[in-house]
Design a protein around this ligand. Structure first.
Ligand SMILES: [Zn+2]
Ligand SMILES: [Zn+2]
Length: 421
């Protein structure tokens, strides 16, 4: 977790305010009704539908992972979309961040229907691309590749994409090395059944969030004043005397590029497990993301975002609170018997949301253990090669979790069991 977001603006040594000091910043509720500023990230250089090589006009374009550039498969010309960061960051610093800023690709999802239809520039046919499954499609008449490059108002097209940098071969090696080093995965069945062809490159939808916030935590801290032991017959008991203090800490900070997943499917079904794994392969070098171009996705699968900014605010606030706790940590060292926070509050002054596809290589492995179906995941960060595998989960345990959290989940878990037993 240590390196994830860049946190700055913290006063460093003693962010302490007395309990009655006012917090002077204006508090802005991210859910407030005032009109929100929008950063327009649309890639106006692209036309929807037939998207051609700038040199020769071919539509056979894909990502060349070793250079992270787009390559024309016909003439071998390579090029890249420009970095998204200058558009997102603008001129101001995070210290100026106020209100809620939502980039155009992070706008609310308005419909589950992601159908887009294009007139093929090659032959004139009308070709439909289902954006919930794929961002490109081949014209069935003339074989031109049609790509969804214009942001549609339904939130299907993100602001930016972080292209794969780790090749499939490298990912396969990371996965087999990882499996070899972990007893859980090292069993003979795994090795026998390991199928590099089942390693899938997938772009997962995330919100990358900048934020400026003030966190306040209050509770009881104890400083030890005396320690002594008393004999009770055979046994000795150690006693502590401690002074108890009412402690309050208050810190204002900015966070650059928190990554929060924006697909619920992964938090609510069998992939709850994958989700935890993905969190362990963070961070991604989101500063290197480029403007959207669907050709970066050719040959990969992708998952569609299904969360709007408003529904993700609680998750953001949770993360900001945990940053608050770690930021005040060094100012409470004198309480050698610890501090128990009883009240926590986060005032979010400003946020900026950008929708981004992040690259992950994923291997899923099903097997039976003592007659029970088990599923493992091994995930590789598509930029850094950081690799982690999930603890095996039995479907019985998934079912139990589902039964205690609600009927929707229950239905999903039952369906999974039904499908695999
Ligand atoms: Zn070309
Ligand atoms: Zn055509």
């Amino acid at each position: 977790m240590s390196t994830d977001p860049t946190v700055s603006g913290e006063p460093g040594h003693d962010p302490v305010l007395a309990a009655d000091d006012p917090v002077t910043d204006t508090v802005v509720n991210p859910g407030a009704a005032e009109p929100d500023p929008v950063i327009d990230t649309r890639n106006t250089a692209l036309h929807d539908g037939v998207n051609r090589c700038p040199k020769c006009g071919s539509t056979e374009i894909q990502l060349r992972v070793s250079t992270q550039m787009l390559i024309c498969l016909f003439c071998r010309h390579e090029w890249a979309e420009e970095s998204i960061d200058p558009t997102i960051s603008g001129d101001g610093t995070l210290d100026d961040l106020s209100g809620t800023t939502i980039a155009s690709g992070a706008s609310d999802i308005t419909s589950d229907e992601g159908m887009a239809s294009f007139k093929c520039g090659g032959c004139g046919a009308e070709v439909v691309v289902n954006t919930s499954e794929s961002m490109s499609s081949r014209c069935h008449w003339c074989r031109h590749v049609l790509t969804v490059n214009e942001q549609m108002p339904n939130g299907a097209v993100p602001d930016a994409v972080l292209p794969f940098k780790v090749t499939r071969d490298q990912a396969v090696k990371h996965i087999s090395d990882f499996a070899g080093s972990r007893r859980l995965f090292a069993d003979r069945t795994f090795r026998k059944e390991f199928t590099p062809g089942n390693v899938v490159g997938v772009y997962l939808p995330y919100m990358v969030v900048d934020s400026r916030a003030t966190g306040t935590v209050a509770g009881k801290g104890e400083i030890e004043t005396r320690r002594y032991t008393r004999k009770h017959g055979e046994t000795e008991t150690t006693y502590y005397d401690a002074d108890v203090y009412q402690v309050e800490r208050n810190v204002t900070f900015t966070v650059d590029d928190l990554t929060i997943e924006s697909a619920t499917s992964r938090t609510s079904d069998v992939r709850v497990n994958t989700n935890n794994v993905i969190n362990t392969i963070l961070p991604f070098d989101t500063k290197n993301a480029v403007r959207w171009n669907a050709n970066y996705l050719v040959g990969y699968t992708s998952e569609r975002r299904d969360q709007d900014v408003s529904t993700m605010v609680p998750v953001l606030e949770d993360q900001l609170l945990s940053i608050t706790r770690s930021q005040v940590e060094k100012s409470i060292k004198k309480f050698d018997r610890g501090v128990r926070w009883e009240n926590e509050k986060i005032d979010v002054h400003g946020t900026r949301w950008v929708s981004m596809y992040l690259p992950v290589w994923l291997y899923s492995y099903y097997h039976e253990h003592k007659g029970r179906p088990m599923v493992h995941y091994i995930a590789v960060n598509g930029r850094t090669g950081e690799t982690m595998g999930s603890v095996p989960v039995s479907h019985g345990r998934l079912l139990m979790a589902a039964l205690t959290t609600g009927t929707v989940l229950e239905g999903i878990a039952l369906a999974i069991i039904g499908a695999t037993l």
